[in-house]
Design a protein around this ligand. Structure first.
Ligand SMILES: [Zn+2]
Length: 501
């Protein structure tokens, strides 16, 4: 069985999760569930990034010790991943997982043995929000381009990683597609950054500046590892590196890291360089999504537009929020969230289109045909079946390319075609005139319901399970959605989605 190891990025826990985190979890989960249906042994790792200075500062503000602060906010992320239905196999907490510190140490020692780590005095502009040193010309009017805040001038002795040594190899592995960047439009951006010249980067902080929080540098009690140096290692930790070599050999290299556009540099440049240095195989691809804006603006506490995804999940349901985020937010670009639009999408597409089609088909078969529908002679219905099979192929191609939003749009088209067919053929009238013709319509519609149940499974696992359960069917790979099932026995059913008032 081929394997597919996919990770989400691990968020900082300096604040509660926002709706942008929900988008990434939904995307990663759709990808994982799709691969699983297609016959892969999938493994999904998520977690929380806890060793950063900004967690320390956020905890201090609240008068909490950093450990319990991280514990509390990490639990909020775990609540989100559970409620949104993320099918994760491991949840790595970088400040408490015993194995993780060992992984970070191993990485450090391996890079050091290779001669890629050295100590020097350093002076630089540091944004705590980004946990990143900026050069003057990377700033926007002296401000961090991400946070619009003034970085602080830091002067201290740190350890550096010899990134400059890897410039050519990094450019080559990205250009050759050895590490694939999706969408391809981000590739030139990264190559420009690499080809403009890579500087060595600082990978440690003084114990004083890091407030003693984080993974200690091996053999130097005065220094703590830079948060990214240990955080990236979480992808190894989650796969069993050091702790379970059999598992790690099966899972590594990671097939895909799902990340936001703001952390591309860490994943496309720093991370592969660290792995090259440590002699560990490189991840195969990066899947880079955009940001979720609210009211057209980046979410921020000061604007007061931060959307809590757990509240939305409690109010509307996991399937509903997943559907909305995947379909309405363009997979690789920024997209806007609004609760009003969420309600409209639920009412128009889930209730009005998919739910309506499934409900009218199943209810009709149950109440008018005694719940049993068998394959009749297919006349015109066969043309629709062929057309829908073509749409299934399209959806599969789009999924393979990572265009999750377009694939879901294709699924909605299938439901629209089913609704139109049902409406135009008026089986309630047809049944009185031509029993055989009415049975053809219902047979085709029941099979379209099954097709929808299978294709929707990665996107809306709970509604899909219910729908397939009504049909006595099981989820399968997308090709399986093209099969015509000869006979269905359908009992009483309930509507799939509730209308939002
Ligand atoms: Zn920043």
């Amino acid at each position: 069985m081929p394997k597919f190891y996919v990770t989400t990025s691990i968020p900082y826990v300096n604040a509660r999760p926002h709706i942008g985190h929900a988008l990434e979890f939904a995307q990663a989960d759709v990808i994982a569930r799709y691969r699983k249906l297609e016959g892969y042994e999938t493994y999904l790792v998520t977690g929380t990034d806890e060793n950063s200075l900004k967690n320390v500062l956020a905890a201090e503000k609240l008068g909490l010790d950093t450990g319990s602060f991280c514990e509390r906010n990490s639990a909020a992320f775990r609540e989100l991943v559970d409620k949104i239905g993320l099918s994760y196999d491991a949840f790595v907490r970088t400040s408490v997982d015993a194995g993780h510190g060992k992984v970070a140490e191993f990485l450090w020692k391996s890079c050091s043995d290779r001669g890629d780590i050295y100590k020097k005095k350093y002076r630089g502009l540091y944004c705590v929000g980004c946990e990143l040193f900026y050069t003057e010309d990377e700033l926007d009017n002296g401000l961090c381009p991400e946070h619009r805040s003034k970085p602080e001038l830091v002067e201290e002795e740190n350890y550096f990683f010899r990134l400059s040594r890897y410039q050519e190899r990094l450019a080559k592995l990205l250009e050759s597609g050895e590490m694939v960047i999706t969408p391809a439009s981000r590739l030139s951006e990264i190559l420009n950054f690499i080809n403009s010249g890579l500087s060595d980067f600082s990978i440690s902080r003084s114990v004083k500046r890091s407030h003693g929080w984080g993974v200690p540098v091996p053999g130097d009690t005065s220094q703590i590892m830079y948060v990214w140096f240990d955080a990236l290692g979480s992808y190894l930790t989650g796969a069993g590196f050091i702790s379970n070599s059999g598992k790690f050999e099966r899972l590594w290299p990671a097939d895909m890291h799902v990340i936001g556009k703001g952390i591309v540099r860490f994943h496309a440049v720093y991370w592969p360089a660290m792995l090259l240095s440590a002699g560990i195989a490189l991840p195969k691809s990066l899947f880079i999504h955009g940001y979720v804006t609210v009211g057209g603006q980046k979410m921020s506490k000061s604007i007061g537009n931060v959307v809590d995804p757990v509240l939305e999940l409690d109010k509307y349901g996991a399937d509903q929020l997943r559907y909305y985020l995947i379909k309405e937010i363009s997979t690789f670009q920024d997209g806007d969230f609004s609760e009003k639009a969420l309600g409209e999408v639920i009412n128009n597409e889930l209730v009005g289109n998919i739910g309506n089609f499934v409900n009218r088909t199943l209810t009709f078969i149950h109440s008018r045909l005694g719940g049993v529908i068998e394959e009749p002679r297919l006349e015109e219905g066969r043309l629709l079946v062929l057309r829908i099979n073509g749409m299934v192929d399209d959806a599969k191609k789009l999924m393979d390319l990572g265009h999750l939003n377009l694939a879901l749009l294709k699924v909605l088209e299938i439901s629209s075609a089913g609704n139109k067919y049902f409406q135009e053929n008026e089986p309630w009238k047809l049944l009185k005139e031509d029993d055989e013709a009415a049975r053809e319509v219902l047979f085709v519609c029941a099979n379209i319901c099954r097709t929808l149940g299978i294709l929707l499974n990665p996107f809306m696992p709970y509604a899909s399970e219910r729908l397939l359960g009504y049909l006595g069917e099981k989820p399968s790979g997308f090709d399986g959605a093209k099969k015509l099932v000869k006979k269905f026995e359908i009992g009483s059913t309930e509507i799939l989605f509730d209308k939002v008032k």
